[in-house]
Design a binder for this molecule. Structure first.
Ligand SMILES: [Zn+2]
Ligand SMILES: [Zn+2]
Length: 355
């Protein structure tokens, strides 16, 4: 065991919209868990909702709460059994959030993101959502949720592996095939990384729809075709770009009712929409078109097995996580970092916090 101080700095959400950096007890790793020194943790759109108290009683179950689920760090202590899985002190790791039961039918089939024991005490945890997270000097996580970070990936980039794995999951769920034309609604981190994931799966064209000028410029800088949905009817614009046919796949990364409707509207007959954005209200779906044009609409939750698969793609520069990082701040600057993240003029894509 390395020198671990009994207390640590942590971002504590005391109540909706009330955060404070506090000195709290350093957690102790239990069976099959490790304690990691967090070297970088990135702010996710989910963190914003969570701090605002948008999911009362669910994410988190109660306040006070320590969020943070996209992180990288170094193992400094291990609970009983963790060594049996090959882990040792000093290992560099990247974390993800779903610590699923491993026994239900969904887990056994590899869909641990859909664990049927979700949130049941003792069976399932989702770090930084319903269980203490990584916005702190140290974090405890189960061995199912940590992945060896290759030497070629920095801690900073390692904090973006979790969202990169989600982006790959979205493109996988979208069934992107070689030569496909893919549209992406929303040019945030998940949208842009989903663009990379689509290219990795062989897409020939990726069109990013994003109203924010700075984000759209970023998408163009990364080599994607871009479209400003405010410039006219985005469905017509995408059809005009595709000889009137529409796109093979839409990766819906905005989570707004109208973007879901655009997504379905701009699909080619027989096309498929994979949605990862979560609208907070119901969305009217054109069922006639869905049935008669055999449109597929699938949901995408977190990732399931993509953490390890995405690492070499990051190392090879094909999944461009480093290009997502626009700001770097310390844990004590978290409130300002959140304000920057929420400011549409800031150009923020990913903000990395160094605790
Ligand atoms: Zn996230
Ligand atoms: Zn399960």
């Amino acid at each position: 065991m390395r020198d671990v101080s009994p207390t640590m700095k942590a971002l504590v959400v005391l109540a909706p919209n009330r955060v404070e950096i506090q000195e709290v007890a350093t957690p102790t790793p239990g069976p099959n868990e490790v304690l990691a020194r967090v070297h970088a943790v990135s702010i996710c759109g989910t963190d914003v909702h969570l701090v605002r108290g948008d999911y009362p009683g669910f994410w988190p179950l109660s306040f006070p709460f320590i969020p943070g689920h996209e992180w990288a760090g170094e193992i400094v202590a291990m609970g009983p059994g963790a060594d049996l899985y090959g882990w040792k002190i000093g290992d560099r790791v990247s974390g993800t959030s779903h610590d699923a039961c491993g026994f239900c039918q969904k887990c056994v089939e590899g869909h641990y993101n859909l664990c049927e024991n979700y949130g049941k005490p003792g069976l399932h945890k989702q770090y930084g959502h319903n269980y203490q997270g990584a916005d702190a000097t140290y974090v405890v996580q189960g061995v199912k949720t940590i992945f060896a970070l290759p030497d070629g990936i920095s801690y900073e980039d390692g904090a973006i592996i979790d969202p990169a794995s989600i982006a790959l999951h979205v493109a996988n769920r979208g069934g992107v095939a070689p030569g496909d034309t893919v549209a992406i609604t929303g040019g945030g981190a998940i949208g842009l990384l989903s663009g990379d994931a689509a290219l990795i799966r062989g897409a020939s064209r990726v069109i990013v729809l994003e109203p924010n000028d700075r984000r759209r410029a970023k998408a163009a800088e990364l080599g994607f075709e871009t479209l400003d949905p405010r410039a006219g009817d985005p469905v017509e614009a995408v059809r005009a770009l595709t000889g009137g046919l529409g796109v093979d796949v839409v990766l819906e990364c905005a989570g707004v009712p109208v973007t879901v409707q655009w997504a379905l509207g701009m699909l080619r007959r027989g096309g498929r929409c994979a949605a990862v954005g979560i609208p907070t209200v119901g969305v009217e779906i054109p069922m006639q078109r869905l049935v008669l044009d055999e449109i597929e609409l699938v949901g995408c939750r977190a990732s399931a097995g993509e953490m390890r698969r995405v690492m070499p793609l990051v190392e090879q520069g094909r999944m461009r996580v480093h290009d997502m990082i626009t700001h770097r701040l310390s844990l004590s600057e978290y409130e300002g970092a959140l304000a920057t993240f929420n400011d549409p003029t800031s150009g923020a894509i990913k903000i990395v916090i160094v605790p």
